[in-house]
Design a protein around this ligand. Structure first.
Ligand SMILES: Cc1cc2nc3c(=O)[nH]c(=O)nc-3n(C[C@H](O)[C@H](O)[C@H](O)COP(=O)(O)O)c2cc1C
Length: 284
């Protein structure tokens, strides 16, 4: 068991108030190196992160159209991916592994969604037209003193982050007619999944457990994301959630990993039209 890894998954939350001091160059280099070691969901896709200092927060907030208040992050990164196959899921999957690694270095981070603003960001960071950028990540040491930590809690409430769906609201056993609590062996996985971050805390993920296979679905429409392009956050958020489950398995020393689904598979369980299949893990 890797308890530190599992604890990081369970205790993670977005950090919005930071110690203003920049991180040591060695730490930034370490993060850049870690980005090259995360597991891919689709090995053919090319993933990279660009790390930058934040000059003024106002500039960053304006460029990204961020919601909520973000105070004094010393750095931000632009994770991006090139590739045709499930790019947003893969981008989320890889970036969330990096975020958890950063938590193990006692750092804090918060995603700032960028869907709908990708053209502006590509121009600003001189990226290819095909590059997908689901979110930028602000990061640094979380603010230490009590006043600052309290303020982080207030910002969290303002951003609508405090409400988590219960396991019974996202988990189904055998068929979608049976919402329920997960069996004991799945509890650590579903707990990690529940605590994943998502744009506007939409929590689009739903799980079905059938014959030793754990299926991940997402809601096709999520009112919280808003209309149009931001509906695609469900792909990115699915990737974040898949990373949480995969890391929870890894913390138990297990190898099982996600298989992406096309929706065309003949042995797919029946599911309501409001959901879309994403992936499954064979747990046996
Ligand atoms: C794709 C994405 C975009 C996000 N954009 C913002 C943002 O612009 N401003 C903000 O304060 N939080 C943002 N968040 C953080 C979410 O609000 C947060 O993950 C969610 O409310 C759950 O809270 P938690 O991360 O503290 O568990 C974003 C998260 C994701 C995954």
């Amino acid at each position: 068991m890797n308890d530190a890894l599992y604890q990081a998954l369970i205790s993670r939350h977005s950090t919005r108030r930071f110690d203003t001091h920049p991180l040591a160059d060695g730490t930034l280099k370490r993060i850049q190196d870690l980005a090259a070691t995360v597991e891919p969901l689709v090995p053919e896709n090319r993933y990279a992160v660009m790390i930058r200092d934040v000059n003024t927060v106002e500039d960053l907030v304006q460029a990204l159209g961020a919601y909520g208040r973000l105070l004094s992050p010393p750095h931000f990164m632009v994770p991006y991916i090139l590739g045709e196959t499930h790019p947003l899921e893969d981008l989320g999957y890889r970036t969330q592994q990096l975020v958890i690694q950063m938590m193990l270095l006692d750092l804090g981070a918060c995603y700032i969604g960028s869907l709908g603003r990708e053209t502006t960001l590509r121009a600003r960071f001189i990226l290819r037209r095909e590059a997908r950028i689901g979110a930028v990540l602000i990061f640094g040491h979380p603010a230490e003193d009590l006043g600052n930590r309290t303020a982080d809690g207030v910002l969290r409430r303002m951003a609508g982050s405090t409400h988590r769906l219960s396991a019974a609201e996202i988990f189904y056993n055998k068929s979608f007619d049976h919402p329920g609590v997960p069996p004991e062996e799945l509890v650590p996985l579903i707990e990690a999944a529940r605590r994943s971050p998502s744009a506007l805390n939409a929590q689009p993920w739903r799980f079905l457990w059938r014959k030793g296979e754990l299926f991940l679905f997402t809601l096709r429409q999520n009112a919280r994301y808003g209309k149009g392009v931001p509906q695609d956050y469900r792909f990115f958020d699915a990737g974040l959630c898949m990373a949480s489950v995969r890391l929870a398995l890894k913390s138990q020393g297990r190898q099982e990993s996600w298989q992406l689904l096309t929706g065309e598979e003949r042995d797919l369980p029946k599911y309501p039209q409001t959901l879309a299949p994403v992936a499954k893990i064979v747990l046996g």
